[in-house]
Design a protein around this ligand. Structure first.
Ligand code: ARG
Length: 614
């Protein structure tokens, strides 16, 4: 049921317009907008001007015809000649009782969001960490945005399956395992004490080592830079070749399930995933180990899948490699290398097949960096061509890459530490915590340390998550710690504070012995500020639905800020506990309670932790 008056009006006016002007069907928008301050009415319909041009009639005539035809039920005061202003604006005034009725409907246990009539099974691909690599700020986005959308879809009544497509297979991992093997056999490292930072360092060193020298050597030979230089570079390249050859044989050992290699892989996986789960927990996400389906989990499915694609002519030979040609301009997806090896894309095609065919998802959404857009277009096209995107009941599943932009530093370049490294996620969380704790000490010096720690942690996590969610998903955004952590402005702490403030009103009500008569109150929206708050609250359900449809949590972030701001406006303008009479007080307490419930629900949908007091 639609509760948002603007949306109801849009429907009713569109309906009237298409009845009166069938020739304008599909072109005429009802153009419903909130009235500007100082003009009569709550909304206006601005359709008559454009429509007049379209049908060759005086816009005031058009407005008159619309007003005559429209049926707004008892939502508005009756419309007539007097509602038409200027060249053909139609002023619309909502009836206070109608508005109160809509609010009453919103205040039900579901807050206007009953479970979807046709729940879908939706896979949300999120997190996507890589073994032996430290998590950095980019993963914040893949975890936080992905989880917020997963929660939104759950809130809407869909069945959501989170999938953490961990990069846990292939040559780079084999390189790390090979090095661990050699170093531990030589007694130079203690496997039981190794950390993710150690693994990260080994990963980087091995990558550097295996990349070394090749271009340099080619150039040195071309320009004949002398035997000494060439010999040095050749030694580097030989070393790289040797390391690579060893890694390849380790990969074979791993693939064929040799105990020592599997045990080391497990160790690397345990260390990485335990750090990853710490971050997921700390970030207040619902991502757990049970959601991990790493690349390794597809390893036995790849060869038969490629055979199937080859067999049916979906994949074709191209210069020794196997490719799947797509629909548009994009280069084909490479699914098997000349040496027989499989790639990132191969695994992703297999993942679609499992998610759609085996798990029965009708929608698969990917929260991955926008730099992988081409990859996903290719993979989606390949999966569709192979028929792997068809659900068991024969429908085409929707595959969507919800791409996100990069977090930038103050200099407008990707956020880095002073030494030029990418910022470790754990360090970012720690710094946010420290900053929050400083503020808590300042504001509430008497708070005992344990509670202070927990309060600071909640504020820090809410601040970071909100900052990440509130920006248009596809855009890059500049991360400014001072702004993110501020208690005023468009921030997470501000929203937490708004909620705490409302909860405080009810604590005070108890102290004043107000009782619970407000729970049965009939709301009366006598003051403009109350009406404005009510209108924002009534938009809540459609905003949550839009987040689910467009996969854009920033819409809800902006809307919650608007509710908080309007609450502030209301609270400044209207006395609540010391209202003129008990009826007004109860009506306002009822409105406060509904506001708190909507804010609380919205913060829950976004996955922000909240506080009882601040
Ligand atoms: N591990 C990948 C990376 O770091 C991200 C995985 C995203 N998910 C996927 N199905 N490809 O780039």
């Amino acid at each position: 049921m639609q509760l948002d008056p603007a949306a109801i009006l849009r429907d009713r006016f569109s309906d009237a317009i298409s009845r009166v002007y069938p020739q304008a069907a599909g072109q005429a928008d009802a153009l419903i907008a909130p009235s500007k301050r100082g003009t009569p009415g709550d909304f206006q319909c601005n359709a008559a001007m454009a429509l007049g041009k379209l049908v060759g009639q005086n816009p005031r005539e058009v407005a008159r015809a619309i007003v005559e035809a429209v049926d707004t039920g008892d939502l508005t005061e009756s419309l007539g000649e007097g509602s038409i202003a200027g060249p053909g604006f139609i002023n619309i005034t909502l009836r206070a009782e109608a508005l109160a009725g809509l609010l009453g409907a919103l205040a039900g246990p579901e807050l206007g969001l009953p479970p979807a009539a046709e729940p879908q099974k939706i896979v949300v691909d999120l997190c996507g960490v890589n073994l032996a690599k430290q998590m950095h700020v980019g993963h914040l986005r893949a975890m936080v945005i992905g989880d917020a959308v997963a929660r939104t879809l759950e809130r809407l009544g869909h069945e959501v399956v989170r999938q953490n497509h961990v990069g846990d297979w292939g040559l780079p991992i084999a390189m790390v395992i090979d090095e661990l093997h050699h170093e531990s056999v030589a007694g130079r490292i203690d496997l039981s004490a190794i950390t993710l930072d150690d693994l990260d360092a080994i990963y980087k060193a091995m990558k550097k080592r295996t990349d070394a020298g090749r271009t340099g050597l080619r150039l040195a030979e071309k320009w004949d830079l002398g035997p000494k230089v060439i010999a040095e570079l050749r030694a580097e390249v030989d070393d790289a070749d040797e390391a690579l050859a060893r890694a390849k044989s380790t990969l074979v050992a791993l693939q064929s399930g040799q105990d020592w290699a599997v045990a080391l892989w497990q160790r690397v996986s345990d260390i990485t995933m335990s750090a990853c789960m710490d971050a997921c927990r700390r970030l207040h996400t619902r991502i757990t180990l049970e959601h991990s389906a790493g690349e390794s989990s597809y390893r036995d499915e790849l060869a038969p899948m490629i055979d199937d694609m080859l067999h049916r002519g979906v994949a074709e030979e191209d210069g020794g490699a196997l490719v799947v040609r797509g629909e548009g301009e994009d280069p084909p997806a490479l699914v098997r290398k000349g040496d027989g090896g499989f790639l990132y894309a191969t695994t992703d095609v297999a993942a679609i097949r499992r998610r759609v065919r085996d798990m029965g998802a009708s929608r698969v959404v990917y929260f991955v960096d926008s730099r992988q857009s081409l990859h996903f277009r290719q993979v989606f096209a390949a999966a569709r061509k192979a028929g792997y995107a068809n659900t068991p009941d024969g429908r085409l599943a929707s595959l969507e890459h919800a791409a996100f932009g990069t977090i930038l530093g103050a200099d407008g370049r990707p956020f880095k530490t002073r030494s030029g490294e990418s910022v470790k996620l754990a360090d970012l969380l720690d710094e946010a915590h420290e900053r929050a704790e400083r503020v808590v000490i300042e504001k509430s010096p008497e708070m005992e340390p344990q509670r202070r720690w927990a309060t600071a942690e909640t504020i820090a996590i809410a601040a970071l998550k909100f900052a990440d969610l509130a920006n248009d998903r596809v855009r890059d955004y500049v991360f400014d710690f001072d702004r993110v952590m501020a208690f005023e402005g468009d921030t997470g702490p501000y929203l937490l504070y708004a909620l705490v403030r409302i909860r405080g009103i009810f604590r005070e009500a108890v102290q004043r012995g107000v009782g619970e008569s407000w729970k049965a109150a009939t709301v009366h929206l006598g003051h403009e500020a109350e009406k404005q708050l009510a209108l924002a609250l009534l938009r809540y359900p459609s905003v949550v639905r839009a987040v689910g449809e467009h996969l854009e949590p920033h819409r809800l972030c902006q809307h919650l800020l608007e509710i908080a701001n309007r609450f502030s406006g209301f609270y400044d303008a209207c006395k609540v506990l010391s209202a003129e009479d008990a009826t007004t007080r109860d009506s306002r307490l009822w409105l406060c309670d509904l506001t708190a419930r909507v804010l609380g629900d919205g913060l829950g949908v976004l996955g922000l932790p909240t506080l009882e007091r601040m």
